[in-house]
Design a protein around this ligand. Structure first.
Ligand SMILES: Nc1ncnc2c1ncn2[C@@H]1O[C@H](COP(=O)(O)OP(=O)(O)OP(=O)(O)O)[C@@H](O)[C@H]1O
Ligand SMILES: [Mg+2]
Length: 276
């Protein structure tokens, strides 16, 4: 397949395959600050896409727009081909109602830096609440799914514990299990390990790797280069509100086509050396 422009490579998917997520030329401003300036991204079923880029390049804004925590000022986003945030009405597009937006948001899950578990609920209840109350699963089904997910994230023995009895890394793994429990079409992560002590980062990345291995579609904003390189199918580099590289992970690191990405990778490598 041909590259669209330097650094942006169209993936070898069949033409008829609809991406799970399509972001086309999205713009978002906060006052006169342009956070997204025509960002585009396609994510296909089962792909893990890492988003890298300097601070302020729009990574969080992009995933927050996808999750409809922010409205967009231009462009369009589609989940399984369905336009997000807007609907057709008498030949025009109009914003969806709050209920319509919530309905769409239920088909994706976001994992934040701060895990925000309910402190007075057990781990199990934190995971089963939404599947039962929002998604209509029976308590028995939700429990079975939660236990399976706890096993996947390495916390089988913590089902009855309360969040305060868990380390930050364990709490984040519970939060990840909670996000997966609603069976989203896509999982969005915004720097899920950056609030953790360094020694707890590995266990959370391991849990994410386990989810990737069973085929979840994931978009991960991260500074963890080794994770991106090892687990992501594609890496995306953002600068000034735009996606300026979108490549298979191996090429991204081995053969960055823009000077900006080369400089970014060199800076990250030297920062890593300083902390070793
Ligand atoms: N709620 C907001 N109000 C005003 N400006 C904002 C808001 N959110 C983001 N911005 C601005 O938009 C730009 C992109 O911010 P964003 O948080 O998306 O960057 P980022 O790539 O996630 O950075 P970091 O790596 O530091 O998390 C920045 O200039 C930021 O200051
Ligand atoms: Mg951010």
């Amino acid at each position: 397949m041909t590259g669209v422009s330097s650094g942006l490579i169209v993936q070898p998917h069949t033409v008829e395959e609809t991406p799970v997520l399509r972001v086309t030329d999205v713009r978002k401003a906060f006052g006169d600050q342009l956070a997204l300036d025509g960002a585009s991204l396609d994510v296909y079923e089962g792909e893990v896409v890492a988003i890298l880029g300097p601070s302020g390049s729009g990574k969080s804004t992009l995933v927050r727009c996808i999750d409809q925590l922010e409205t967009i000022d231009g462009g369009a986003m589609f989940l399984d081909g369905e336009l997000l945030g807007y609907e057709e009405f008498r030949g025009h597009l109009r914003p969806r109602t709050d209920a319509g937006v919530q309905h769409q948001r239920r088909r994706m899950s976001m994992v934040f830096q701060q895990f925000n578990l309910f402190p007075h609920w057990t781990v199990l209840r934190n995971i089963t609440e939404a599947p039962v109350k929002v998604h209509g699963l029976s308590p028995a089904e939700a429990r079975a799914r939660a236990l399976e997910l706890l096993e996947q994230v390495g916390l089988s023995d913590k089902a009855d514990a309360y969040p305060r009895h868990l380390s930050g890394g364990q709490q984040q793994r519970v939060a990840i299990a909670r996000s997966v429990a609603v069976q989203p079409r896509i999982l969005l992560f915004d720097e899920p390990t950056s609030a953790l002590d360094p020694e707890l980062v590995g266990e959370v990345l391991q849990a994410m790797k386990a989810l990737a291995a069973v085929g979840h579609t994931m978009v991960v904003v991260t500074h963890e280069m080794a994770f991106a390189r090892e687990v992501a199918d594609r890496c995306v580099f953002m600068a000034e509100g735009r996606v300026i590289e979108d490549r298979p992970a191996d090429d991204f690191f081995a053969d960055p086509s823009s000077e900006r990405l080369r400089a970014f990778l060199a800076r990250s490598a030297s920062a890593r050396k300083d902390t070793e």
